[in-house]
Structures are given as structure tokens and as C-alpha cells.
Design a protein around this ligand. Structure first.
Ligand SMILES: *Cc1c(COP(=O)(O)O)cnc(C)c1O
Length: 371
């Protein structure tokens, strides 16, 4: 038996008939950009996120970028970001001309450490981006306190955390604004690229709606130099089919993660994710750590068990950020995490038998490494 890392085809085929019907509806509508499908999905996604506004955009990177633009963040400004995240979080800051200022995570949860944030705040700081990495919510309470005290915007990068909860509150409304990605592999995935901003800030929502569509409220009248970043009608229609299945998919991910937490516990050298009492993660990824990560991955591959490293190189050590002048050792927690993390299979189509197969594979692989 083999366990693939993620079977996207199986996930989408589970709703094949409804997706085909949505495609036909859009095909026959003759209207493909910014119409009723996008408006309907935006409304349902905003409701799901308990937010006043949902704004469909082209992808998750643009969602973060447009929030920053909407708040007027630009050259000369600083934005606090996690030292360990997918590089998009940093790129959104760079692309608006501001400087990403990294802060280390809590090792056990992989999420930004609120106790280290205040030391990174300067007179130039305008916002904090909290990433709910791997589907586990960041510790938003203390971040909110800091943001309030220092007059900063608190932005969620919720690209990996659709439906996750912090102290019972759903992501998307835990800060001032939130960015989501609908990249196909995300917990709510389109059949192409897509993204959304959720917020209850009316003025911000209006600015983002304008920015995403050439800076225009009325066609061919341009208020600001905007962008082309729109969720298209087809992806919106497909996402509207998939949104009602999100909670069940997340529930199955939780069942697989709970199985791993129970059956992989107590293995020498294998570090499992920590789940704080206030967190209800949605397990976009189930990430373990091991000092011999690459050997473990290779042995699992030999046993037909798919794994991926999220991520092999932290943003501060990427050639893309050479100009910031960071060197190895500057963010040691992020660096050790990137050296040791390995994502095991977790998805809505996985069964507990699959999970048992993965557990057996991990145990056998680790015995071989130790032997
Ligand atoms: C996927 C992702 C993004 C970017 O989303 P795209 O839709 O690929 O642009 C941003 N942040 C995080 C944490 C992500 O995982």
C-alpha cells in the first residue's frame, strides 16, 4: 500500500457533478470577471469567516499585498513578519516597498512568539502579520494587545488556516484584516489560483475593491493607480461548491492528525507539533521534526509514503533576500525548524488505515536509522 502526500484529484472528484454543473453555469452565463458568482462566493466566505466583507482577489500573495496597500503601507515603513513562514508573507511586504522585520517563532507551535514582537517594534513599524502556519492559529490575544498599545494593524496570513479557531473564534476576523489563498492544495482550494481578503473595516474593504480592479470604482474612471487582481467567475463558482465541504474536510484532517499525535507520541528523536489549549488547528500540514530529516524522508519515499519539506530554506537565507544582509545564525529557531521539519500526509481523502500505514512506515524508518 502507498500513501500519497496529497491526492488533489480525489478531493475534487468527490464533488465532480456539482463542479461540472457550476462550470456549465458560468460557461453559459457569458460573464467571466466580477459578476454574480464572485459576489455570491464573497458573501458566503465572509459569512463563514464571521466578517462584514469578503473580497475575492487573484491569489493569496495579492491578498496580503492589497491589505498592506489598503492601509497605505509603503516605502520607509516596517512590517513585522514571522522568521519562519512561506516566503509570500515577506514578499507582500517587499512588493509594497516596506521592509519585512522578522520575529522568531515558538518552537513547539511553529508560530510567531508574541513575547519577542515588542522588541522588534520601531517608530517605523506599521503592522504585524501573524501567519497561522500549517493550519494552527497564531497566539492572537497577546498580539492584539501589542498592536493596540503600539497603534499597529494586525493582519492575519490565513492562507493555510481556513476554518481554524483561536479561543473559539474563527480565522479571518481575529485581527484587522485577513488574507486567504485558494491555491489548489490549500484547505479550501480552487481549480486554479484564487485568494480573498476578509475584514470588518468598511473603509479598507472599499479601498481593496478599488485597488484590485485598476483603481477604478466606475469603469474607465481611475481613482488610484491600481492593479488587476480579481477572483474570476469560474473559480468563484467552483469555490462556492467546495466551501460547504470545508468543515467536513477539516474534520477528517483532524482525525488523521489526532491519530498521529497519539500513535507517534514518545518516539525518541521525533518531535510532534504542540497544540495549545486555545487552538483548534485545521492541519493544512502535519509537520514533525527530526534531526535526520532527509534520511527519514528518503526512507519513507522507499516505503511509498509521500512527504514534503515546508520549507527547506527560511526567507532570510534565500538569495531573494540577500539585500537585507542576514546571515546564518541570525534567526536560529527558524533555521533549526527549516533543517528538521517534515510534513507527513494529511488530507480530507485519507483514512485512518492510511494514517496507520504512515505511522508504521515512520516507526520502521526510524528503527532503520537508529540501527
Ligand atoms: C500559499 C500561501 C500564501 C500565498 O498564496 P498564493 O495563493 O499561492 O499566492 C501566502 N502565505 C502562506 C502562509 C501560504 O501558505
Amino acid at each position: 500500500m502507498s500513501v500519497p502526500f496529497l491526492d488533489l484529484k480525489a478531493i475534487n472528484l468527490a464533488q465532480a457533478a456539482e463542479l461540472e454543473a457550476a462550470f456549465k453555469r458560468v460557461l453559459n452565463s457569458g460573464w467571466y470577471i466580477l459578476g454574480s458568482e464572485t459576489a455570491a462566493f464573497e458573501a458566503s466566505f465572509a459569512e463563514y469567516c464571521n466578517s462584514a466583507h469578503g473580497i475575492g482577489v487573484a491569489n493569496g500573495l495579492d491578498a496580503i499585498f492589497l491589505i498592506l496597500k489598503g492601509y497605505g503601507i509603503g516605502p520607509g515603513d516596517e512590517v513585522i513578519v514571522p522568521s519562519n513562514t512561506f516566503i509570500a508573507t515577506w514578499l507582500a511586504v517587499s512588493h509594497c516597498g516596506a521592509k519585512p522585520v522578522p520575529v522568531e517563532p515558538v518552537e513547539g507551535t511553529y508560530n510567531i512568539d508574541p513575547s519577542k514582537v515588542e522588541a522588534a517594534v520601531t517608530a517605523k513599524t506599521k503592522a504585524i502579520i501573524a501567519v497561522h502556519l500549517y493550519g494552527q492559529p497564531a497566539d492572537m490575544g497577546p498580539l492584539k494587545d501589542i498592536a493596540k498599545r503600539r497603534g499597529l494593524k494586525l493582519i492575519e496570513d490565513a492562507a493555510q488556516a481556513h476554518g481554524a479557531r483561536y479561543q473559539g473564534g474563527v480565522t479571518g476576523q481575529l485581527g484587522d484584516a485577513a488574507a486567504f489563498s485558494f491555491y489548489p492544495g490549500k484547505n479550501l482550494g480552487a481549480l486554479g489560483d484564487g485568494g480573498a481578503v476578509t475584514t470588518s473595516d468598511d473603509a479598507l474593504a472599499e479601498r481593496i475593491r478599488t485597488y484590485r480592479n485598476y483603481g477604478s470604482k466606475i469603469k474607465y474612471y481611475n481613482d488610484v493607480p491600481g492593479y488587476n487582481s480579481r477572483l474570476d467567475e469560474l473559480q468563484a463558482a467552483l469555490l462556492a461548491v467546495k466551501l460547504p465541504a470545508l468543515d467536513a474536510g477539516n474534520q477528517q484532517r483532524r482525525a488523521v492528525a489526532a491519530y498521529y499525535q497519539q500513535h507517534l507520541a514518545g518516539i525518541d528523536g521525533l518531535i510532534l507539533p504542540e497544540i495549545p489549549a486555545w487552538a483548534e488547528p485545521v492541519w493544512h500540514l502535519y509537520v514533525v521534526r527530526h534531526a535526520q530529516r532527509d534520511r527519514l524522508a528518503k526512507k519513507l519515499a522507499e516505503k511509498q509514503i509521500g512527504t514534503i519539506v515546508h520549507y527547506p530554506v527560511p526567507p532570510h537565507l534565500q538569495p531573494a533576500y540577500a539585500d537585507l544582509g542576514y546571515k546564518e545564525g541570525d534567526f536560529p529557531i527558524a533555521e533549526v525548524i527549516h533543517r528538521e521539519v517534515l510534513s507527513l500526509p494529511v488530507s480530507p481523502t485519507m483514512t485512518l488505515d492510511d494514517a496507520a500505514e504512515v505511522v508504521a512506515g515512520v516507526k520502521a524508518a526510524l528503527a532503520e536509522i537508529a540501527g
